[in-house]
Design a protein around this ligand. Structure first.
Ligand SMILES: [Ca+2]
Ligand SMILES: [Ca+2]
Ligand SMILES: [Ca+2]
Ligand SMILES: [Ca+2]
Length: 299
């Protein structure tokens, strides 16, 4: 049968497309048979492992590394911890060499955690593997540590008396019932009015074991006044609970009483008999908050 030129061209096009489709199918099948192309490329068995949430109280985090199928030959690999917010004080960062024996499918690696007495945020670190195996898709295993320690209690102690001089301050000591693993901040207010600072905040650094001085600046004035007992009150603790939140400190006044001046407001002409009165003006040199009482004497 003779075919036209157009029919021959169409047949050739069809053959070409069929050959291309077959080639693509062969390639896809080859990749599918490989199962884990990455593993083949890397030449190492692939391990899977789930992220772990561990309690600090348990003292360890167990990570289960598993192969897709039982090992045909022994698989040896190294577990490498990587720091996150958790540091060496929180967990062991030593390398661990692990073996999955022939016929076995998985191995559990126990990573020690430090069960301390510090109140801490939830922290985390990672592990990965190297040497004779690798993790799926290059991922890392995240290990979260849940703290088990209560917040410390914060207290404030009375301050020693302070003289009302420039640069003076009442020094209150802030202390925790136990050191904390995170910063502790607390606010304070005083009822000192204009005579000293009335509010502020103080932060204790993580791990601090000793009481921390907290200074309340005293304002020097030139007013004669009574010594003032100042009450300080703690509030809004962050990272602690308040145990004793009230303390006092005495500001000793340093200003002398004002001087009294007397001056005649008018003049009179002295008569020959009887008595006359004269108006006098009483004024104070210096300020005072105390009542001033002036006696009167007849001359
Ligand atoms: Ca603990
Ligand atoms: Ca802790
Ligand atoms: Ca003064
Ligand atoms: Ca004063």
């Amino acid at each position: 049968m003779l075919l036209s030129a157009a029919a021959l061209a169409a047949r050739a096009r069809t053959r070409h497309l069929r050959a291309y489709a077959i080639a693509m199918a062969v390639l896809t099948t080859a990749l599918a048979l490989a199962g884990a192309p990455d593993a083949l490329a890397a030449g190492k068995p692939v391990l899977s492992a789930k992220d772990v949430v561990a309690k600090e109280a348990t003292g360890a985090a167990d990570v289960n590394f598993a192969l897709a199928r039982p090992a045909r030959t022994q698989v040896r690999f190294t577990v490498i911890p990587i720091r996150g917010t958790a540091q060496r004080a929180d967990a062991s960062f030593a390398l661990r060499h692990v073996v999955i024996r022939r016929g076995r499918r998985s191995a559990v690696v126990r990573i020690p955690l430090r069960n301390d007495a510090l109140n801490e945020n939830t922290e985390h670190f990672f592990v990965t593997v190297s040497a004779g195996a690798r993790l799926k898709s290059g991922r890392r295993v995240r290990i979260t540590i849940r703290d088990n320690d209560p917040m410390p209690r914060v207290s404030v102690a009375d301050a020693a008396p302070a003289d009302e001089v420039t640069t003076a301050a009442l020094v209150f000591m802030i202390s925790l019932s136990s050191p904390s693993g995170r910063p502790v901040t607390v606010r304070y207010q005083t009822d000192a009015g204009p005579d000293a600072e009335t509010a502020g905040s103080v932060t204790l650094t993580p791990g601090a074991a000793k009481p921390r001085p907290m200074t309340v600046r005293v304002n020097n004035d030139f007013i004669d006044e009574d010594d003032q007992l100042v009450t300080l009150t703690l509030s809004s603790p962050d990272g602690a609970v308040i145990a004793d939140g009230t303390a006092t400190g005495l500001i000793r006044d340093n200003d002398p009483p004002p001087r009294v001046d007397l001056s005649a407001a008018s003049s009179i002409v002295e008569g020959d008999e009887g008595s006359q009165s004269i108006d006098l003006t009483v004024s104070l040199r210096g300020a005072t908050q105390k009542p001033v009482k002036i006696g009167r004497a007849h001359v």
